[in-house]
Design a protein around this ligand. Structure first.
Ligand SMILES: NC(=O)c1ccc[n+]([C@@H]2O[C@H](COP(=O)([O-])OP(=O)(O)OC[C@H]3O[C@@H](n4cnc5c(N)ncnc54)[C@H](OP(=O)(O)O)[C@@H]3O)[C@@H](O)[C@H]2O)c1
Length: 258
């Protein structure tokens, strides 16, 4: 018999940025554990294609997508109207959608760095607040925020991205304490370089890639599925006493002083 502590049967998860990269890998991982998934991303065509693929792969699960730009307040509101109207009993929220524009600090236009915070931090906070009344209807629910090693130490992402992810990690700790009595665990993951479309450009440079690998004790780039596995663990009943934590998925990067 399968131990129910390692299953998510009957649980509905909302994954922002679920149509590609880490978010799509998270969707597959949670579906494999028996969850139903709601996906939000901006491009409706990409979302529709992913929805069809997942329906073929997981015919027994409910899989629905809604085109939504999480950085737009009215679209966040519409996302939760859609969830409520659909009668979805939300148990898991994964705040995964994120953005960046990497520059020297003095080169950002004000609206540009504010936009990074809007997607990476303000949207995540607002979505947590929209989700709270739904998640707290159940005795045990989970939020996982996709942070970054750049929120824990300097990496060459540009200051606004690192600062927004650092704030997301602290938001995770604050909400974990505030919402523990509501039955909501709140955790984060902090990936280092993961093979997705967003890192493809930088890693295409042989020289840069070698520099990254030299800073990574495990000597390789991470896979989206490796982040998804950590996210899934944090969602599972097996992690029932884990809250306010941040799991680095970084091949040892953060532990490597020299
Ligand atoms: N890849 C890495 O090395 C790495 C490392 C550390 C942290 N992270 C974090 O991991 C998360 C996912 O990154 P990824 O590498 O998987 O990126 P990705 O492959 O580019 O996928 C991003 C996903 O988010 C969606 N998205 C982007 N902006 C959105 C918005 N405003 N509203 C709704 N959906 C949005 C995209 O779809 P649409 O474009 O159609 O909206 C797509 O589904 C981000 O938070 C990122 O900061 C990534």
């Amino acid at each position: 018999m399968i131990d129910p502590r390692w299953r998510l049967d009957g649980q509905t998860a909302l994954i922002t940025g679920g149509s590609a990269g880490i978010g799509l890998a998270i969707a597959r991982e949670l579906l494999g554990l028996g969850a139903d998934v709601l996906l939000a991303a901006r491009d409706p065509d990409a979302l529709g294609a992913v929805e069809s693929d997942l329906v073929c792969e997981f015919p027994a699960s409910r899989i629905l997508g809604l085109a939504c730009d999480v950085s737009v307040p009215a679209e966040r509101e519409a996302l939760f109207d859609w969830i409520e109207d659909g009668g979805h009993a939300l148990r898991i929220l994964v705040n995964n959608a994120g953005t960046n524009a990497s520059r020297a600090a003095m080169d950002y236009a004000e609206e540009e760095w504010r936009a990074i915070f809007e997607t990476n931090l303000f949207a995540a906070f607002e979505i947590c607040r929209y989700a709270h009344p739904l998640l707290s209807r159940h005795p045990a629910s989970a939020i996982v925020n996709v942070g970054s090693v750049s929120g824990l130490t300097h990496v060459r992402t540009g200051a606004p991205y690192g600062a927004s992810k650092a704030a997301l990690h602290q938001l995770t700790r604050n909400l974990a304490c505030e919402w523990a009595s509501d039955g909501i665990r709140v955790n984060a993951v902090a990936p280092w370089y993961i093979r997705t479309r967003r890192t493809a450009g930088a890693l295409a440079s042989h020289e840069y890639r070698e520099e990254v690998l030299a800073r990574t004790p495990m000597g390789r780039i991470g896979e989206p599925e490796e982040v998804a596995a950590a996210v899934a663990f944090l969602c599972l009943p097996a992690a029932g006493y884990v809250t306010g934590e941040c799991i680095a998925v970084d091949g040892g990067f953060l532990r490597y002083g020299f």
